[in-house]
Ligand binder design. Sequence first.
Ligand code: GAR
Length: 202
Amino acid sequence: MINLAILISGRGSNMRAILKFASKKKTINPVIVISNNHLAPGIKIASKFGIQTEIIENTKDQNVYDKKLLTTLKKYDVTPKNGLICLAGFMRILSNDFIKKYKNRIINIHPSLLPAFHGLNAQKQAIQYGVKYSGCTVHLVDSGIDTGPIILQAITKVDEHDNIVSLSKKILSKEHQIYVRAIELFAAKKICIKGRIVKINK
Ligand code: GAR
């Protein structure tokens, strides 16, 4: 069983999908939802699921923030041995030291087919570039921005009438599917990481 920490900044729809999925799985144990924004609508949703929530408001000093994060993770027993940290719309960069401590134990969902359109407003970037297909990616977090080894991806067709809103909606429904799948694979120890290549064991 893995202890899950879910980090959010806003709406929390991926978090909701994870909590719903985990409620049916014995191997996934969500223990804490952490937000860097006390106004995040996701916090109320987490409470409805009966999961503990903690607010760690943004600080300018990265080390101060990550120290608080480490203390909170320890408090809820999310360790580099038994834990998994899921970034679910968490709009804050983690320090290299923090990422090293939880090496291969932090995953993120990103609304594009990485390595295309990393960073902010991925759906807008895709529309403006004129791609015919986009999608989403679950990846391990490394020291770069959306550069870590890719675990799963899903494709979405970009139609001529699509705009940022409609494309985001289509991508989001795929995000909810692959994020829980990646967590399930992780909990089942089916993810094998060699350098930047992730193999899924059968
Ligand atoms: C999702 O689309 C997620 O992929 C994106 O933020 C949204 C959060 O939605 N994350 C990033 O862009 C990270 N670079 P949610 O709060 O409803 O899960």
